[in-house]
Design a protein around this ligand. Structure first.
Ligand SMILES: O=C(O)c1ccc[n+]([C@@H]2O[C@H](COP(=O)([O-])O)[C@@H](O)[C@H]2O)c1
Ligand SMILES: Cc1cc2nc[nH]c2cc1C
Length: 356
């Protein structure tokens, strides 16, 4: 569906998010309470499975196949000296991921996931298969000087993200991790989360890939000045992405909206992924109802962003890699929760006595 956007004078795609199935959640809770364990004794696993029941709209949630969808892009803001690594590392890590050597490849294999790697904006030539070539442009602009991208580029990135997620669903994927690689993208994510939450950049900006304390102070200034220059509209994700966003971030938003529209659960990863979730919620209210948070990243802005969304992390392993790694590791816990509701005996079926 497309609706007319008065300001831009053209039609903006509408991503329709179904309501969560609250009654399926209630049924799941009642059923979990009949299983052979004291009520509530499986703690967060019980909460996870109830959330999944609401998302999938059935009492007993199931998982066919995990999809891991990684978007890669470069960031013009890297010119400002805000990362510990050179921009070329984005390209090199895409090459590494293409041959299966990155951490996310290892965890994707462990989870028997369908892995998909999409270039939406890496500097330099296009990659060959298995990298999907959907390059919109070579990196975003330096948003300390000018807007990161155009409205058209934002919409294109969202659409690519949407299409790439849908392509995975057609292959039988019914659970999704949305990951990324992009040198500089913790600066971009800080600007995006500050724009949406209104929090001070000082509370959000972290050390990313491992910058010095001097660089950290500079990174805060960069984000603060960029926000003062562009004054993004906190309730308009398109405006935020255009002014201070990134190409992979925008594609991640599109993939998340695709999943939510199809009732496919999404596992959020670290700071970048959660920043994309904040944007997705401004574009289609209710989208974050389809998201579980895999882990808590060491990046300070991550905690602020997930608290803003009202999420709690499944794992806290001091990870700060990105790529979707924390989400992929958390998938094991989610699988345990799903097995629990599908395979445990009830007090009645097992002939176990109830509480006195
Ligand atoms: O997911 C996170 O919370 C996270 C925290 C720190 C760094 N990263 C990864 O590191 C890169 C961005 O770090 P930086 O310092 O270049 O902004 C990018 O490729 C991310 O995948 C990711
Ligand atoms: C080596 C390396 C691997 C990464 N994976 C995601 N972001 C990354 C950043 C660096 C620097």
């Amino acid at each position: 569906m497309f609706v007319h956007n008065k300001k831009e004078g053209h039609h903006l795609k509408q991503y329709t998010i179904p309501a969560l199935d609250v009654s399926a959640g209630v049924e799941a809770k009642a059923y979990v309470d009949t299983l052979t364990k004291p009520i509530g004794s499986l703690g967060k696993l019980e909460e996870i499975v109830i959330t999944l029941a609401e998302i999938q709209g059935r009492k007993q949630p199931s998982i066919n196949r995990l999809g891991v969808l990684v978007f890669a892009a470069d960031h013009g803001i890297v010119e400002e000296g805000i990362s510990a690594f050179p921009q070329l590392v984005t390209r090199q890590m895409v090459q590494n991921m293409a041959v299966g050597g990155a951490a996310i490849n290892v965890f994707s294999r462990q989870q028997q996931a369908e892995f998909s790697l999409v270039d939406v904006g890496v500097m330099g030539e296009s990659f060959s298969a298995p990298v999907k070539d959907r390059k919109i442009r070579q990196g975003s602009e330096n948003f300390l000087r000018t807007e990161a991208m155009t409205q058209e580029e934002v919409e294109k990135a969202l659409e690519i993200g949407y299409e790439e997620a849908m392509a995975l669903f057609e292959k039988g994927v019914d659970f999704l991790v949305v990951g990324e690689v992009g040198i500089g993208n913790t600066t971009t994510s800080s600007a995006v989360v500050a724009a949406i939450t209104g929090l001070d950049p000082e509370e959000l900006v972290g050390y990313g890939t491992g910058i010095s304390s001097k660089q950290h102070l500079h990174k805060i200034t960069v984000v603060r000045e960029a926000l003062a220059l562009h004054q993004p509209n906190s309730s308009d994700g398109y405006d935020v992405l255009r002014k201070v966003g990134g190409l992979e971030l925008a594609a991640m938003v599109g993939a998340m909206l695709a999943a939510a529209s199809k009732r496919v659960p999404i596992i959020l990863d670290g700071f970048i992924s959660t920043a994309a979730a904040c944007v997705a919620e401004t574009i289609s209210q209710g989208a974050t109802g389809y998201m579980l948070l895999g882990h808590q990243s060491m990046e300070p802005g991550h905690q602020k962003a997930f608290q803003y969304l009202g999420k709690e992390p499944i794992l806290s392993l001091s990870m700060r890699l990105g790529e979707g790694t924390g989400a992929a590791v958390a998938f094991s816990i989610i699988q345990s929760a799903v097995l629990m509701i599908n395979e445990m005996a009830t007090f009645e079926s097992a002939g176990v006595s109830g509480k006195n």
